[in-house]
Design a protein around this ligand. Structure first.
Ligand SMILES: Nc1ncnc2c1ncn2[C@@H]1O[C@H](COP(=O)(O)OP(=O)(O)OP(=O)(O)O)[C@@H](O)[C@H]1O
Length: 257
């Protein structure tokens, strides 16, 4: 059984008395432990698809299914591009937040919070408030909180888009290291082909609006990967060019619509 199943999903919005076909006829399945990147032109419905999986939005037709192996665990945790943490809670309170809401034993919450704080290098900053943190540190808090919650799946909406290149590389490595230990199922939105090649087991390439999945690309390069290895590998270069050409033509088509 797949971890995530999406069957003939479509989503329409109504905006100023007009229908917008945001997503059309999406059918796919994602296996337990897969790291899948969604890549597509701006406005193709990536965030909408994630919000549907997070149960923040309803489908117009079709349905989604997330396999729940443990009824005690949350189905999903989401990591956003920015502003995903609570300003009046400290770093450690933010990481512990989901666990406290589930009224888990205090010792368990402390142990899990400390484990993930150390994984993202924030142990020495645990008593700080978000306003005292850099952008990279805030994203580390969001990632630590998401994994600490131990959800069935993780949904990440361009979590590194607002970071500088150096911070982005460090956080990508940290994320991969935690993912490899926990083997969570991750659906990750990005605009960066390099990022998708570095992180993914699979890249789902979307068309411009209405968003459909036009290519499902398996990335077989062994891990651990580095951006240098990705850039010097001829198969990865071919995939990069293929995806690049697709995005270019989709963006041009979207401008003509
Ligand atoms: N609540 C809403 N009401 C009306 N239209 C919406 C709503 N949410 C999204 N849309 C429209 O649905 C389409 C898809 O939006 P979405 O944010 O999912 O795209 P995206 O691929 O994530 O874009 P980007 O890459 O720019 O973040 C867009 O045309 C957007 O304007």
């Amino acid at each position: 059984m797949s971890k995530i199943e999406i069957n003939q999903l479509s989503k329409k919005f109504i905006k100023r008395d007009k229908f917008i076909d945001a997503l059309q006829d999406i059918t796919l399945s994602i296996q337990q432990g897969e790291f899948v990147c969604l890549l597509g032109p701006s406005g193709c419905g990536k965030t909408t698809l994630l919000r549907i999986l997070a149960n923040l939005e309803k489908t117009t037709t079709g349905d989604v299914f997330i396999q729940q192996l443990d009824k005690e665990k949350p189905l999903q945790s989401m990591v956003f591009q920015e502003n995903g943490i609570i300003p009046w809670l400290t770093v450690e309170e933010n990481v512990a937040f989901g666990l406290k809401m589930r009224h888990l034993p205090r010792a368990y919450i402390k142990e899990r919070t400390e484990f993930y704080l150390s994984k993202v290098g924030l142990t020495n900053f645990k008593r700080l408030y978000p306003k005292e943190l850099s952008g990279g540190m805030k994203q580390r808090v969001s990632i630590a909180r998401a994994f600490a919650n131990d959800p069935e799946i993780l949904l990440m909406d361009e979590p590194f888009a607002a970071l500088d290149e150096q911070n982005k590389f460090i956080l990508q490595e940290e994320l991969l290291s935690i993912w490899q230990e926990t083997k969570k199922t991750v659906l990750f939105i990005t605009h960066s082909i390099d990022e998708a090649l570095l992180l993914s087991d699979r890249i789902l390439l979307m068309s411009s609006q209405p968003g459909t999945i036009v290519k499902d690309i398996t990335i077989e390069m062994e891990r651990p990967r580095s951006i240098e290895k990705v850039r010097s590998d001829s198969t990865m270069t071919d995939i990069f060019l293929d995806v690049w050409e697709h995005l270019q033509s989709e963006v041009k088509q979207a401008r003509l619509k």
